[in-house]
Design a protein around this ligand. Structure first.
Ligand SMILES: NC(=O)c1ccc[n+]([C@@H]2O[C@H](COP(=O)([O-])OP(=O)(O)OC[C@H]3O[C@@H](n4cnc5c(N)ncnc54)[C@H](O)[C@@H]3O)[C@@H](O)[C@H]2O)c1
Length: 352
C-alpha cells in the first residue's frame, strides 16, 4: 500500500446528500485522497465537480474500475446495486466501502464476502451511525455497568404517515421497510449486546399504504444467547410512538426519546454533543431510585474513516467487516421468514 489511499465515490445522490458526505469524510482524512466521483446521472457528476473542484468524474463504474491508480471505492448507490458493484470492484482489485443496507439478502452478502476473500481486498460496511453521539453514550453507560445486566432492549422509530420515498419504498430496489433505518438500529443492537443470536421472530404488517409494495410495519424480536431480548420496530402506521430507545437492566434503565439523534449530514463531518439520555439507577432492591440526564457525546463519524485508513495502512481492525454487515441483513431476512412461518427462526451464519 502507498502512503495515501486514492479513493472514488460511486453515487452522488440528491436524496440525502450522502455522496457529498462520503467525499467530505474522505477529504477530511489525511491519508485518504478524493480522486473522483462516478454517477450514471450527468447532473450529479456536474454537481460533484461544482462541490469538489478539480476532481475527476466517471459516468460508468466500468470506466472507473479500469483505473489502476484508484485503491478504494465507496458505494453510495441504491441498495439493489450494492452487491453487483461491490463484487465487480473487488474483482478489479479495489478495496470497498459499501453503504448500508449492505445488500438485499444473505446470499448477496455472502457473495460480497467471498469476492473480498478471493481478491484479498477489504470489504467494509458503512455503519457510520455507531458513531452517533447518543449511541456512543448509551454504549458507554451499558459497558460501564451503570444499569447492571441488560436483559431487554426496545428500539423503535417511525410514526403514522405515507412513507413514499422513491426507490427506498420499492421492495425490489430498496429491500423493504426494514432497510431504510433498520440497518442502523440492528447494527446498534448487535454492537451493544455483543452475543450470538439464537433466533428471530418477525411480525410484518401490510394494512394501509396500498400504493407501495413495502411493508407498513416491521418488527423483529431478536433472542440472544444470554436470554437478552431486543425488540426492533419500524412503522409507518404507528399513531402512538414510544421513545427511540428503552433499555432495561438488572440495576436500572436507559431511555432516549431521540431528541439528540442525528438529523442529517449537510456540510458536517462530525458534530458537537446534542441532547441527552435519561439514566435511571435503582438500588436497595428497588427502594432507592435516581434519575439523571446524561449529556450525549459528539457525533464522531469521521473516526470511521480514520479507522479505515488505520486498517489499510497499519493493519488495524476493519471498522465494520462484511461479516458484521451480513448479521444485520440476516436479521431482516430471518424476521421476514418468521413472519410467514409464524415461528422463531434460526439466524444464518450465527454459528460460524
Ligand atoms: N449511513 C447513513 O446514514 C445514510 C444516509 C443516507 C443514505 N444512505 C445510503 O446511501 C445510499 C444511497 O442513498 P441516497 O439517499 O444517496 O440515494 P439517491 O437516490 O439520492 O442517490 C443514489 C445515486 O446513485 C446513482 N446511481 C445509481 N446507480 C448507479 C450506478 N450503477 N453507478 C453509478 N451511480 C449510480 C444515482 O444516479 C444517484 O445519483 C443507500 O445505500 C442509502 O441507504 C446512508
Amino acid at each position: 500500500m502507498p502512503d495515501t489511499i486514492r479513493c472514488a465515490v460511486i453515487g452522488y445522490g440528491p436524496m440525502h446528500n450522502f455522496g457529498w458526505a462520503h467525499c467530505a469524510w474522505i477529504d477530511h482524512t489525511p491519508e485518504l485522497e478524493l480522486v473522483g466521483v462516478c454517477d450514471i446521472d450527468s447532473e450529479r457528476t456536474e454537481a460533484a465537480k461544482a462541490d469538489w473542484p478539480g476532481i475527476e468524474t466517471w459516468s460508468s463504474t466500468e470506466d472507473l474500475l479500469a483505473r489502476d491508480d484508484i485503491h478504494l471505492v465507496s458505494i453510495v448507490t441504491p441498495h439493489f446495486t450494492h452487491c453487483r458493484i461491490a463484487v465487480e470492484a473487488l474483482q478489479a482489485g479495489k478495496h470497498v466501502v459499501v453503504e448500508k443496507a449492505m445488500c438485499l439478502n444473505v446470499a448477496e452478502a455472502t457473495a460480497m464476502i467471498e469476492a473480498a476473500g478471493a481478491a484479498g481486498r477489504t470489504l467494509a460496511v458503512h455503519h457510520n451511525r455507531r458513531h452517533d453521539g447518543n449511541f456512543r453514550r448509551i454504549k458507554q453507560l451499558v459497558d460501564d455497568g451503570e444499569i447492571g445486566e441488560v436483559f431487554q432492549i426496545d428500539l423503535q422509530a417511525g410514526g403514522y404517515g405515507d412513507p413514499e420515498h422513491g426507490w427506498y419504498t420499492q421492495k425490489a430496489r430498496g429491500g423493504g421497510a426494514f432497510y431504510f433505518w433498520g440497518p442502523h438500529a440492528v447494527d446498534w443492537v448487535l454492537a451493544l449486546v455483543g452475543e450470538k443470536m439464537t433466533g428471530v421472530t418477525g411480525f410484518f404488517h401490510k394494512l394501509v399504504w396500498d400504493h407501495l409494495d413495502i411493508e407498513d410495519q416491521v418488527r423483529a424480536l431478536i433472542r440472544f444467547e444470554s436470554g437478552c431480548v431486543a425488540d426492533v420496530m419500524f412503522s409507518h402506521i404507528n399513531a402512538a410512538p414510544r421513545p427511540l430507545w428503552r433499555i432495561l437492566g438488572t440495576e436500572g434503565a436507559i431511555i432516549d426519546a431521540g431528541a439528540g439523534a442525528t438529523k442529517g449530514y449537510e456540510h458536517v463531518v462530525s458534530t458537537p454533543p446534542q441532547g441527552s439520555v435519561k439514566l435511571i439507577r435503582v438500588s436497595d432492591r428497588g427502594r432507592k431510585r435516581e434519575e439523571i440526564e446524561v449529556a450525549n457525546l459528539g457525533n464522531d463519524w469521521d473516526s470511521y474513516w480514520q479507522d479505515l485508513a488505520d486498517h489499510l495502512l497499519r493493519g488495524a481492525p476493519v471498522p465494520v467487516s462484511g461479516h458484521d454487515g451480513r448479521r444485520t441483513i440476516a436479521v431482516f431476512e430471518t424476521a421476514e421468514k418468521s413472519s410467514r412461518t409464524g415461528r422463531t427462526e434460526p439466524v444464518p451464519y450465527e454459528d460460524g
